[in-house]
Design a protein around this ligand. Structure first.
Ligand SMILES: Cc1cc2nc3c(=O)[nH]c(=O)nc-3n(C[C@H](O)[C@H](O)[C@H](O)COP(=O)(O)OP(=O)(O)OC[C@H]3O[C@@H](n4cnc5c(N)ncnc54)[C@H](O)[C@@H]3O)c2cc1C
Length: 460
């Protein structure tokens, strides 16, 4: 049992009392995320401003045995930060500053709750960008994205997911209060310019761990010169095989050189129509035109038909204003999502078409994906009305997730009880055993994100 008043008093001694609350009125906004996860009320909300305050909060949490949950922008949709047990919610919103833009080394150092949108606004003033756009809307933070290895809709066949590939160095506060710098920043007399140069890639250990191994207090990210020239194409492909060949073409012939976003969409109303939307970025008009003509020639060679770019603009517009759609069409729910080899998209498509539409007669979920270096990130997505459609939908999504993950698909976004956590835990892999050993070693009292990612009973 948490002694709520005692913890409030202790927290008020390390963080200004004005930034600590245990009142229901203040806690309720922190009780939901953008997933269908049931409401979970923390006992406290605390808004730290410095790494030292976070160290103090973790000390109290360890001494009082109160779990700590970390909320970035709150836009994730798989129960990845809600208080699974009575505990402290860290609202990171005040740690949102841009620390430095270094145009010589092409890196920017930010506090974790700096949003991609805020960073890009500043970068553009200097002719720079991070290239990705903010899929989760303007609230999506850089720290939140990196902690879950997120991508954004403009992940490209060259750079991959920005929340992973663009992280150079991290500053993490460990559950015991130690502060760790990763990459070149681990060598205090050097600078923040390289991810892996001293032993193992410790940044990689924290990226995607969804906050269970440490709290991120600063990040240095790769940036690049702004690419003002952008082309957008839309093509309809005749078969999934032609889509797969196109995927290989992008990866094999042009992926390493092109800054290219390629997205597949298949609508449940026309499951045999394969729409590809593409963004081509570049620094010089002749090069962009050359890339464009090679892509058009390949689409035509594979029997595809180029379309008007307006629907593609509409698609991207919908992604970027997805939050509005969430509440008009019902809650937006992703399932059956993961990373897979270019050829294996056929497996996932067959599950979508045969298991979901064919056997279960569920015709509301679309099928989509994006091409990253040498792989797809693919998903099924639906809208539903809460609460009437929820129970049935959860049962169906669990069945589909099981089928997908028994196949060649690696789950993406693991989250808490309502995410894929239990499915991952049920595979007794060496990877999972190592993750549990790391968690036990770094966080013996299981203070940080208790119940997120690793079920508590798995750590006993
Ligand atoms: C409409 C819509 C579309 C989306 N499309 C995409 C998409 O295309 N690609 C994509 O990648 N994502 C997408 N997302 C997901 C969302 O934007 C991501 O979840 C985002 O990466 C999380 O950002 P956030 O700041 O809201 O983090 P949160 O949701 O607050 O947190 C995400 C995770 O990181 C942890 N965390 C946050 N901050 C810290 C910290 N400082 N230290 C340690 N752990 C921390 C949290 O505990 C949680 O586990 C979409 C979301 C919406 C609503």
């Amino acid at each position: 049992m948490v002694d709520v008043k005692k913890v409030t008093k202790l927290l008020g001694e390390v963080v200004s009392p004005a930034r600590v609350s245990d009142k229901d009125f203040d806690l309720i906004p922190y009780s939901r995320d953008l997933s269908p996860a049931k409401q979970k009320l923390p006992t406290h909300v605390v808004i730290p401003e410095t790494r030292e305050e976070i160290q103090g909060i973790l000390k109290i949490a360890n001494e009082q045995d109160v779990p700590v949950y970390v909320r970035g922008g709150g836009t994730s949709h798989w129960d990845a930060f809600l208080a699974q047990e009575p505990g402290i919610m860290l609202d990171m919103s005040k740690m949102n500053k841009i620390v430095e833009i270094n145009e010589r080394d092409l890196v920017a150092t930010v506090q974790p709750n700096c949003t991609w949108a805020k960073l890009d606004r500043e970068l553009r003033k200097q002719g720079l960008t991070y290239l990705c756009s903010e899929a989760g809307g303007p609230a999506m933070t850089i720290g939140g994205s990196v902690m879950k290895a997120g991508s954004g809709p403009h992940s490209t066949a060259k750079f991959g997911a920005h929340g992973n590939n663009d992280a150079v160095t991290l500053e993490m506060v460990l559950p015991n209060g130690d502060i760790v710098q990763t990459g070149s920043a681990a060598w205090p007399s050097a600078g923040k310019f390289e991810r892996q140069c001293l032993g193992p890639d410790l940044a990689g250990m924290f990226i995607g761990a969804e906050g269970i191994l440490g709290i991120c207090t600063e990040l240095t990210m790769r940036i690049r010169p702004a690419t003002d020239i952008q082309e957008r194409l839309l093509a309809t492909m005749p078969t999934l095989d032609s889509v797969i060949e196109f995927g290989h073409f992008i990866n094999r012939h042009v992926g390493d050189e092109y800054l290219q976003g390629v997205y597949l969409w298949v609508d449940p109303s026309a499951p045999d129509v394969f729409t590809l939307m593409m963004d081509i970025f570049g620094y010089e008009e002749e090069i962009v035109n050359h890339r464009r003509s090679k892509i058009i020639a390949k689409v035509e060679e594979l029997g595809g038909v180029l379309g008007d770019r307006a629907p593609a603009d509409d698609y991207f517009g919908h992604i970027l204003t997805g939050l509005t759609d969430l509440f008009v069409a019902g809650v937006w729910h992703f399932f059956g999502s993961g990373t897979l080899r270019i050829d294996d998209i056929k497996f996932m498509y067959d599950v979508w078409k045969n298991e979901l539409i064919g056997k279960r007669g569920y015709v509301k979920a679309g099928f989509g994906g994006q091409i990253l270096p040498r792989r797809w990130l693919a998903f099924m997505v639906t809208n539903y009305r809460e609460p009437e459609e929820w129970d049935e939908l959860v049962k169906m999504c669990d069945e589909i997730d099981e089928i997908i993950l028994d196949g060649p698909v690696v789950p993406y976004g693991v989250g808490g009880r309502d995410g894929l956590r239990n499915i991952v835990a049920s595979r007794d892999t060496g990877y999972y055993r190592l993750l549990k050993t790391l968690k036990r070693t770094l966080d013996p009292k299981n203070i940080l994100q208790r119940g997120i990612f690793i079920p508590e009973e798995e750590l006993r």
